[in-house]
Design a protein around this ligand. Sequence first.
Ligand SMILES: Cc1cc2nc3c(=O)[nH]c(=O)nc-3n(C[C@H](O)[C@H](O)[C@H](O)COP(=O)(O)OP(=O)(O)OC[C@H]3O[C@@H](n4cnc5c(N)ncnc54)[C@H](O)[C@@H]3O)c2cc1C
Length: 434
Amino acid sequence: MVLEITRKASLLARLAAHGLRLACSSLRRVLSTQWASLTMRRPSVPTHPSEVKNVVVAGASFAGYFAARLLATSLPKDGRYRVVVIEPNSHFNFTWIMPRFCVVGGHEHKAFIPYTPAFFSQAPKGMVRWVQDRVTGVRKNAVVLRSGDEIPFEFLLIATGSTMANGLPSRVGVEDKAGGIERLKSMQARIREATRLVIAGGGAAGVELATDAKSQYPDKSVTLVHSRQAVMSRFGPGLQKSAMEALQKLGVDVVVGEKVQAPTADGKFITLSSGRQLECDCLINCTGQKPASGLVAEIAPHALAPSGRIRVKPTLQIDDDSLPNVFACGDVAETKVSNQNARTSARQAEVAADNIVQMARGRVPSYTYEPAWQDEVISLTLGLGQSITEIWDGRAELLFSRPEKDLAPMCERAWRSLACKPFEDTGVYSDHQM
Ligand SMILES: Cc1cc2nc3c(=O)[nH]c(=O)nc-3n(C[C@H](O)[C@H](O)[C@H](O)COP(=O)(O)OP(=O)(O)OC[C@H]3O[C@@H](n4cnc5c(N)ncnc54)[C@H](O)[C@@H]3O)c2cc1C
């Protein structure tokens, strides 16, 4: 008991120390940027537009969007550099809330946050160029876009995250907001019309979807099938237990140690790996998220790890000495993080951006990324009225349960942190708004 209390106290102390370190690192960045702009000698002749060097950021989500802002405010302000963001989505897709909006209607628009020049308000005018497109190929010094355009780069940051072949509940699978809303509504209708729901995958998305569906529709049969012996198996034992208890309290049937194989020929049942069959008129797959790492398959195939992620050095340069100017961060990068999330992505974005800025100033990149359990804190909804937060260092675990009244939790905060007024859509990003 005493040992347990000591461990938990030490956990909180180390969490606070981590917060302090992050605050110091932000302060260091602000001071070094200020210092660099004060001491930088302005070129006597302005840089000709054809000589401006591009720092290309592929993907604008928790990794790329935040990295782009750091780059835009920290790169030398003498006109030699410009940040080019390439992102196919019309709006920032707030993935965390997608399972909730697969069940609950009327809030879908809140999952699509406008990309806005206001996010870059601290950057010099003209420093950011926004390109709504998809990178389809990477050459040594240029990226190729789906439109056929080619954009040369001095530095490239790959922040293309993960994809989900089946789309929802983790990704909408379309690039425009209207299409995304349509997909969410059609998933809501599928769930509303079903009587026997089977959800495959007992990770965060599966647990959230199953508890939400059963809270909203207590009379439907909801079964969650998970291949491991406990749901939320990548997290601490306390969170696994709390999630299981919440599922059972709501009346969700949980089947562990099984995988969903295929629907039967008549489509009325699904078969599990043991051969057992479950009656089902709506199967939702919450497994199969994959890193969107295909961009390096040609240029640096050996940098692809068995996980499908891009191998990186501690500096977040990709693990290929012939490509020192190419970086990767976020879900697409192999960084030995156990549970990738928005915080780990944003922390990696800082390291990658800082190193690019150092190189742009003619220095050797010296910042390194080390995984920290403090960044892997998770909050999970357990039905429409409850959520739980876990802090776990691999030994001690702290859990905080709380009632949750908001049907769109965290959305307002997400909009504000992306420099948007909730929930005012300012439209698709345009450079002309800068
Ligand atoms: C259902 C769900 C719930 C989650 N809940 C939480 C949570 O509560 N807390 C938390 O911290 N984390 C949570 N996460 C994890 C978190 O969302 C991810 O870790 C985070 O989004 C990773 O950010 P990223 O920028 O690396 O990649 P992503 O968010 O995957 O973004 C990648 C971006 O790159 C773009 N892109 C892809 N390919 C290309 C290309 N070829 N060219 C240009 N752009 C491209 C995409 O359009 C996208 O905008 C959750 C994830 C899911 C799926």
